[in-house]
Write a protein that binds this ligand. Sequence first.
Ligand code: SME
Length: 169
Amino acid sequence: MARFALFSRLFLDFYPLIFTKSQSRVGLYSELLPQVKAVLEGEEDLIAKQANLCAMIKEVLNFLWVGFYRVIDQQLILGPYQGPLACSRIEFGKGVCGAAWKLKETIIVPNVNEFEGHIACSSLSQSEIVVPFFDSKRNVISLLDIDSAQLNDFGPTDQQALEEMRNYF
Ligand code: SME
């Protein structure tokens, strides 16, 4: 048992390759979730967790952009991410991220071109999901922002899986 624990720790530390047999979104998430849980629950540092979560989601689901914005001094400031260059700061209530911060709820935008005030970091972005993360007093402390190059790419399956990942922090 101890040998297996050591092996899995070494495996995760030095060879964090995610392999998938599934093609469907539901199948991909069901393979991804236990791996995310294992990686995140084995780490205490917030930035390390955010960075690895972005890498794992990007690798398995291949979205255009996966990243965190952190609430610092009443602004959102860019955190760990995978994907094209992004804007560094977002004001409260602005864009999809600012709106999810204000609402304190996950927002799914099927077509970003129809979302008033959407902040376009990449012209390739077509749809988006933003999931707020909370502290113990339910203040928003960060947001996970995922952009897709496909229209209408996010739904309840994504929301449920990403909100589950939030529990591993
Ligand atoms: N689309 C976001 C801005 C951040 S970038 O997409 C990375 C928004 O409107 O909040």
